[in-house]
Design a protein around this ligand. Structure first.
Ligand code: SAH
Length: 351
């Protein structure tokens, strides 16, 4: 990136950028950025010349394109344009007891899961630390305008976090050390990149890990989550087991219920067996598949979702159903496609 953006610099970089001047300056600017989520004009403790210099030399990385609010006003989706023109989305979710931001880690995604809108659109580029952190800051500002404080971050937006592990880890360090979000309120979701899981297990910040399972046998998972051909289930489960042994952090499995595909009794049994084989209990998050332009199959109907959950619970597995927030503004799981046109994969009949 040619231009240095506002949330890219480390604290030391910032001190260097400030050059001579009082020692407390760097700390003041740092607090303005990370504690007060301030724009330069609002940094009234700083001399005016410095505010102007920040404005001119450290521009924001994200240019707002649109902001959509769901019917009930509890979900806000931001579409941003990045340097170079790529677009990404961020979702702010307001719950009665907590506020969560869902951030993107890549523009597009190379994992090619057929049911996911981002996967259908393909990969554009990696996001930097500053581009990830700024999504949180901008969403947190919006939350603050509504009188709410962001306490949870999920790396479940566009992209595969563990295919951009250095920047994701850099962002995690910033969110944890500088914004002050505790590691147990940070969740990284992965398609199952084993070397990435191993690296994450060695981070100093004990974040939660979510693995997007969706199938518990290789034949079906190869189809739904193509990276499974490279990192098959037995190996993935071994990596999950060592993560659990190393950290007693929460491990969850994401399971998007697809009508007639992975919601059968056989799937319940296969999934339960995988979960019960682990050294510590894993938690299963069930989400009815959200429809996306490129994947015509429907999500499981609510009764089927309830049956699937009850059957898992009877077998001794913790399972909850996640609500698909923001459906009406295409901000629900797997729907983030940054307004790019996605060509539907339809089965065409020969004339
Ligand atoms: N690449 C990461 C994080 C991004 S997706 C991952 O795969 O985990 C966040 C979650 O939404 C994943 O569990 C993903 O499989 C799921 N998802 C993708 N498309 C979906 C859809 N159409 N309906 C429901 N969930 C979906």
């Amino acid at each position: 990136m040619d231009v240095l953006s506002r949330y890219e610099l480390s604290k030391d970089d910032l001190a260097g950028w400030l050059g001579d001047g009082p020692r407390y300056r760097a700390q003041q600017v740092w607090e303005a950025l990370y504690q007060h989520f301030a724009e330069p004009a609002e940094m009234t403790t700083l001399p005016k010349a410095l505010r102007s210099r920040i404005e001119a030399e450290l521009p924001p990385a994200l240019t707002p394109v649109t902001e959509q609010v769901s019917d009930r006003g509890d979900t806000i989706k931001f579409l941003w344009e990045l340097d170079g023109g790529a677009r990404i989305e961020t979702v702010l979710m307001l719950y009665p007891d907590r506020v969560t931001v869902c951030v993107s880690t890549q523009a597009g995604c190379a994992m090619a899961c057929g049911f996911c809108a981002t996967g259908q659109a393909g990969f554009t580029r990696q996001l930097s630390v500053g581009e990830i952190v700024e999504q949180v800051v901008r969403a947190a500002r919006r939350g603050r305008d509504l009188g709410r404080r962001v306490g949870n971050i999920v790396f479940m937006g566009m992209g595969e976090p563990l295919a951009n592990e250095p920047a994701v880890h850099g962002a995690v360090q910033r969110l944890h050390a500088d914004i002050g979000i505790s590691a147990r309120h940070l969740t990284v979701s992965t398609v199952g990149i084993i070397p990435g899981i191993e690296r994450l297990a060695a981070w100093d910040e004990p974040v939660n890990l979510a693995v997007s399972l969706h199938a518990a046998n290789d034949a079906l998972r190869d189809e739904l989550v193509p990276i499974n051909r490279r990192y098959p289930l037995d190996d993935l489960m071994t990596a999950c087991a060592s993560y659990l042994e190393r950290r007693s952090r929460r491990l969850s499995f994401e399971w998007a219920l697809i009508d007639g595909v992975n919601d059968r009794l056989q799937d319940v049994h296969e999934l339960a067996e995988r979960c019960l084989d682990l050294p510590l209990a894993a938690h299963v998050n069930l989400i009815p598949l959200n429809s996306t332009p490129g994947y015509p199959t429907r999500g499981t109907a609510p009764e089927g979702v309830g049956r699937f959950r009850d059957a898992l619970v009877r077998l001794g597995v913790n399972a909850t159903v996640r609500s698909n927030r923001g459906n009406d503004i295409d901000a629900a799981c797997g729907q983030l496609a940054a307004g790019q046109s996605v060509r539907p994969v339809t089965l065409r009949r020969k004339p």
